[in-house]
Each structure stands twice: as structure tokens, then as C-alpha cells.
Design a protein around this ligand. Structure first.
Ligand SMILES: *[C@@H]1O[C@H](CO)[C@@H](O)[C@H](O)[C@H]1NC(C)=O
Ligand SMILES: *[C@@H]1O[C@H](CO)[C@@H](O)[C@H](O)[C@H]1NC(C)=O
Ligand SMILES: *[C@@H]1O[C@H](CO)[C@@H](O)[C@H](O)[C@H]1NC(C)=O
Ligand SMILES: *[C@@H]1O[C@H](CO)[C@@H](O)[C@H](O)[C@H]1NC(C)=O
Length: 614
């Protein structure tokens, strides 16, 4: 608008000037003075317009420069929300620009609508005779760049973009942190993430050079601790080994190194390895609310389904997706679809899956499958819940697992297919009687999982023998664990004690041996208790409550068992301690009965005493 006015003024002015020149001879003195005044006024107007245009442009620039205060160790999503880039706190909406290193890439990134710039830092002339102590923006093998970190920061700090700096050599770290400290004086006002690969990861031999973690962390604490740390594993994705992923020990090693750091931590994870590694990665996430994951990719694209799997099993605040187009857009579209079936991790928590009222395990329904008609009825009429499936061998063919008591025999495979085809929420609880059935059942689960059909919480129950409850003819605890780990480990382990050892209830030594056996398992564990045996459990109650800090408990009661008056303080103590970690495998009428029991003071007192003891 203003520019247009300015042009008009100019042309008018030129027209007037031409006037007097051409007709100077015939103008009177007065007319000439008036003309001069008019010209003078026009010139003044022009100056005013130009000045105001200039001022407006200037103030626009200063609006860009001026960022609201934001701590550089603050949460990235809080920042993006504050500057209005995202409308809700969800890592799905954060966007990334890769390798915004040299000036042209950096400017491209700055002029794009991407929210966070990721750039690589090296030392100028690194590892040559010409090595300097200047931090430059370059990805190895590049050791020269038209952009130093200082220039990069000067440019990026004028924008509203978040910052992720990826260190490719330890030599660059101190230089860069010093620079950040200087820049802090004039205001960084956005989150700064500091990334380095500090451990060998999938497909990378242990001798592969990585950034020395202790030096890296020490420099951060010393020079510039106000950052989010992004400590990663060096990873090689090889399409010929598509199943290689992060192992339990890689994740535990990482946890050991970072657990004492005070900063927020986001672990970079290769997107193609995230689903297979999920049991371990989710364990890592659960260790601290300060932890998040950033999925990243190389040349190969992850599948939308694998990304949905991660999304469906995690808190949206705790996963970032540094994924390329077009997969990213497809993924976002799919993620936002309503009523999309959830791709639940079968080893996941049933409270998370069923979301029962008050997060109370008592509000999850349990039903036992007896035959095909019964199953079809349940699938149609029930709202969903845990399906207890007792598995035995077919009479004629011992290698075909079937549902116990079904006539005609209902093969487990058919049973599973009916359940997996249902759109309701079902948990699968497999009650397995023999070791042979265990392998066959796990094989069926593995097949369903590989066909991308098994998105249900899946529990594997067996009565097992171990230590003080070693009874011949029961599968040993070690064998149970080994078979599951070998064939299909993505389950919740649901071990029970042989009934032969329960004459005096759940004695402390029985509980302690069970806890010791499953201590090292990485899966969720739910100890299976017979409600009717609990009344005999006086001495063991404390051990059970201690065990509950590590494992959940499932109380089972069958219609044919002893009647309800025998519910005991032990049961109520277990229930009172943690309602998200006690489950009730029993007909509805018993669950209702428990729900209606008054919160007896004595029980609460007992629970308190036991808690205080621990
Ligand atoms: C900057 O980096 C991009 C991407 O690596 C590259 O294609 C381009 O040639 C580089 N430009 C200069 C001037 O180095
Ligand atoms: C070091 O710099 C000199 C002068 O710029 C150059 O001639 C030489 O090739 C460089 N050496 C290395 C190892 O890059
Ligand atoms: C890392 O650096 C520290 C201190 O410089 C050193 O003691 C340690 O051995 C290094 N660790 C590795 C794995 O190189
Ligand atoms: C990877 O896992 C899938 C699914 O379990 C399996 O079908 C495939 O054979 C495995 N591939 C390799 C190379 O091990």
C-alpha cells in the first residue's frame, strides 16, 4: 500500500516539476511561490511516507528478533506451543530439518516452515595438519564448511526455530558449548538439544569409535548444562538383517550411563528398528519422566504401520518423529483417523489397553472360553475383556492345541482367529497345561504377530516348578522363560504355583523364590493367586505385598471354589495397595461383590503397616 502511494507521489512530483520548467516564462511571481510551496509540501509528504515505511519495516524486523524468554533446557513442545507453531503438545506435530549445515542449506531451512533445525558440528580441518579450534557446520567426512557454528547461531537465533546440534567429534564439543554460553548472555530463548552417538548399537561392532560418553557429559555439566541431551547409539541399518534391533543390554547400558544426569534426555532411535526393539525402548522410557525418544530415519523409509505401533503404545508427549516425506504425512493422516484399531503391543499393560473406570483392575471383565458357541456368544454379546483360554492337546493329535473341554474340539488356531477378527477389545489369557503346548501356542502367537494381526494384550499362564515349589511333572521356571524368549517374548508372564505346595497358602519362601526367578525377566509379570487359598496366607502376605512393587497380582476365583465369605484381609490388603496392579479373574458376581465390600479400616491399617515396613 505505502509503496504504491510513494510511487504516485513521485510521478505527481515529476509532473509538477515539468510544469514550471515548460511554462516558467508565463508564471507570475505569486503563482511561482505557490507552486514552490506545493512542491515543498509534496516533498515533505514524500519524506514522511518514506520514513514511516522505513520504520514499519524496521519494527517488523525487531519483532522477529525479539523472542519471549524461554530456557534453553526447556521442553521442546512447550516452546513450540508458546510460539504458536503447534496447537497441542504432541511430538507428532514437531517438524525437523536435517543437516542444515552450509549456508545455503541453513537459509533454506530458515526460510521453510520447519520448526527445528538439526545440524552437524565438526572441527575445521579435523584430524589434519590444519586442524583449528573453530567449530564448523559439516557432516564428516567434510572438515571444511562455508559456515561456522558462530555464524550459524547468529543466523538461527534471529529466527523462531528450535535447535538440535549433532556432534561428530568430541573436539568440537567444548568450543561449541563455550559459544553457547556466550550467546546465552544475549538470549537463546529456545530449546537446545545436544546430540552425540555414545554407544555402539545394532549392527555396529563394539570396537567402532563413538563419542566418549563420560567426557561428553562432563563437558556439558561444566560448560553449558542448560540443554536437553540426546545420547544415541551408533546404528547401521542393513536391509538383509531386517530384524536386528536394540537389545536389552544396549538399553540397560545406556540407562546406567545417563540415569544420574539432571537434564531432560531424548534418545535417538532408528525408526526401522523401533518396533522390534519396543519392549526394551519402552522399558527405558518408563525409567524416568525426563526421557523421550526421537525416531529418525536414513535412506530407507519406515512403514506407516510400524510408526502407528509406536504411536499407539506411547505417550504423545514423549515421542518425536524426525521422519521424511511422504511417509510422515501419510503417518500423520493415519494417526489422526478416529476409531482406527489400536496397534497395541501384546506385552503391554492391560490397564492401558482397557482403560477401566478409575484405572481399577477390578473393572476389567474376565471370561473363560469353553467352546466355539460359547466364544461366538461372548464375542457378540460381551463388551470386551480378558478371555481365559485353557489349552490342552487334541485327543487324537497331540501336536494340535485345542480348547480344554470343547466338544467338538475347538483348535486354538481357530479360536485365536475368531478373536483377532473381532473389532472389540479382547485380552488373550492362555492357560497352558504342558510344555509341549507351550511351544505350539507360542508358535501360533508368533505367526499372528508376524501377520500383523495380534494387537491384543497377551498373557501366558502356567503353573511352574522352581526352588521351594519344585514339583516333578511341572515345567521348570527356567524352561518356561527360555521357551517364551525363544519363540514369542512379547507377552505378559503369568506364572502360578503348583497347587500341591499351597496347603499353607502363599508362604514367604514360595513368594520369594518366585520373585527371584522373575527378577531378571524384562516382560511384565503378573503372579497368579487363587483367592480361596489366600485365607490360609497369613505369614506370606507381607511377601506378596513386597512382590507387588515389582509385579502385578491376578486373583482367581471359580464358581465352584469355596464361597465368598472366606475373602480375607490378605486379599483386601493386596487390593488396597495398588488397584492398577491387581486383577480379578473371576465371574462378574464376585467382582461386584468385591467392589461392594466396605473399605475396612483394619485392611487399610494392615496395608499401611506392611508398606511402612518395606
Ligand atoms: C550445501 O550442502 C548441500 C547439501 O549437502 C549441497 O548440495 C550443496 O552443494 C552445498 N553448497 C555449498 C555451497 O557447499
Ligand atoms: C593445509 O592447508 C594448506 C594451505 O591452505 C594446504 O595446502 C594443505 O593441503 C592443507 N593440508 C591438509 C592436510 O589439508
Ligand atoms: C573416556 O574418557 C575417559 C576420560 O578421558 C577415559 O578415562 C575413558 O577410558 C574413556 N572411555 C573410553 C571408552 O574410551
Ligand atoms: C525377520 O522376521 C520376520 C518376522 O518374524 C521373519 O518372517 C523373517 O524371516 C525374519 N528375517 C530374517 C532375515 O531373519
Amino acid at each position: 500500500m505505502e509503496q504504491k502511494d510513494e510511487k504516485n507521489c513521485n510521478s505527481e512530483e515529476e509532473g509538477e516539476r515539468q510544469g514550471p520548467k515548460t511554462f516558467l516564462g508565463i508564471f507570475t511571481r505569486e503563482k511561482f511561490i505557490i507552486l514552490c510551496v506545493v512542491i515543498g509540501l509534496m516533498a515533505l509528504l514524500l519524506i514522511i511516507i518514506l520514513t514511516s515505511v522505513f520504520l514499519i519495516t524496521q519494527s517488523d524486523a525487531s519483532v522477529n528478533m525479539e523472542m519471549e524468554p524461554f530456557p534453553s533446557d526447556g521442553d521442546m513442545l512447550d516452546f513450540l506451543l508458546q510460539i504458536g507453531e503447534i496447537q497441542e503438545k504432541d511430538g507428532l506435530y514437531a517438524t525437523w530439518y536435517h543437516a542444515a549445515n552450509n549456508k545455503s542449506e541453513m537459509n533454506k531451512a530458515l526460510n521453510s516452515d520447519v520448526m527445528i533445525l538439526e545440524a552437524d558440528i565438526n572441527v575445521k580441518g579435523y584430524n589434519t595438519a590444519n586442524e583449528t579450534n573453530i567449530a564448523i557446520m559439516a557432516h564428516p567426512p567434510d572438515i571444511y564448511s562455508d559456515n561456522t557454528l558462530e555464524e550459524w547461531l547468529d543466523a538461527v537465533l534471529k529466527s523462531k526455530k528450535g535447535i538440535k546440534l549433532d556432534f561428530k567429534s568430541i573436539n568440537a564439543v567444548e568450543l561449541s558449548l563455550d559459544l553457547l554460553r556466550v550467546k546465552k548472555q544475549t538470549g537463546i530463548n529456545r530449546p537446545v538439544w545436544i546430540n552425540a552417538d555414545i554407544l555402539p548399537g545394532p549392527n555396529v561392532p563394539v570396537f567402532w569409535p563413538v563419542i566418549n560418553a563420560s567426557e561428553f557429559f562432563e563437558l556439558i555439566q561444566l560448560k553449558f548444562p542448560d540443554v536437553t541431551i540426546s545420547p544415541g547409539w551408533k546404528v547401521l541399518y542393513l536391509s538383509i538383517f531386517p530384524n536386528v534391533t536394540y537389545t536389552r543390554s544396549m538399553v540397560e547400558e545406556m540407562y546406567t550411563i545417563v540415569r544420574h544426569l539432571p537434564q531432560k534426555i531424548t534418545f535417538p532411535v532408528h525408526a526401522l528398528m523401533a518396533k522390534n526393539g519396543w519392549p526394551h525402548l519402552s522399558w527405558l522410557l518408563s525409567q524416568s519422566p525426563r526421557f523421550s525418544l526421537t525416531l529418525w530415519q536414513g535412506k530407507e523409509n519406515p512403514t506407516v504401520n510400524d510408526l502407528l505401533f509406536i504411536r499407539d503404545n506411547s505417550n504423545p508427549l514423549r515421542i518425536y518423529y524426525d521422519i521424511y516425506e511422504p511417509v510422515l504425512s501419510k503417518f500423520k493422516e493415519a494417526a489422526k483417523l478416529r476409531n482406527r484399531p489400536r496397534r497395541f503391543y501384546p506385552g503391554g499393560d492391560i490397564i492401558d489397553y482397557f482403560r477401566p473406570v478409575n484405572n481399577d483392575g477390578l473393572n476389567i471383565q474376565w471370561d473363560t472360553v469353553t467352546d466355539k458357541d460359547d466364544l461366538l456368544y461372548l464375542l457378540k454379546d460381551s463388551q470386551g475383556g480378558m478371555l481365559v483360554i485353557p489349552v490342552i492337546s487334541s485327543e487324537g493329535q497331540p501336536n494340535i492345541p485345542i480348547i480344554q473341554g470343547s466338544k467338538p474340539e475347538l483348535p486354538l488356531q481357530d479360536c485365536l482367529e475368531l478373536i483377532l477378527a473381532s473389532k472389540k477389545s479382547w485380552g488373550i489369557y492362555l492357560r497352558i497345561k504342558s510344555q509341549n503346548q507351550l511351544s505350539l501356542t507360542l508358535e501360533l502367537l508368533r505367526q499372528a504377530y508376524d501377520r500383523d494381526l495380534l494387537h491384543h494384550p497377551t498373557w501366558v499362564n502356567m503353573d511352574i516348578a522352581h526352588g521351594t515349589f519344585y514339583i516333578q511333572d511341572y515345567v521348570t521356571g527356567e524352561e518356561f522363560l527360555r521357551t517364551i524368549d525363544q519363540i514369542f517374548p512379547y507377552v505378559t508372564l503369568a506364572p502360578g504355583w503348583p497347587k500341591e505346595v499351597l496347603d499353607e497358602g502363599y508362604k514367604p519362601e514360595l513368594v520369594e523364590d518366585m520373585v527371584q526367578l522373575f527378577q531378571g525377566a524384562w516382560q511384565d509379570v503378573s503372579l497368579q493367586l487363587h483367592a480361596e487359598t489366600l485365607y490360609r496366607t497369613v505369614t506370606g502376605c507381607r511377601s506378596l505385598l513386597h512382590a507387588q512393587s515389582r509385579f502385578s497380582m491376578t486373583l482367581e476365583h471359580r464358581a465352584e471354589d469355596r464361597d465368598l465369605n472366606t475373602w480375607t484381609a490378605s486379599l483386601m490388603a493386596i487390593r488396597a495397595l495398588n488397584r492398577q496392579r491387581s486383577f480379578y479373574n473371576m465371574p462378574n458376581m464376585y467382582r461386584e461383590h468385591i467392589a461392594n465390600l466396605p473399605e475396612n479400616q483394619d485392611h487399610t491399617a494392615l496395608t499401611k503397616t506392611l508398606q511402612n515396613d518395606s
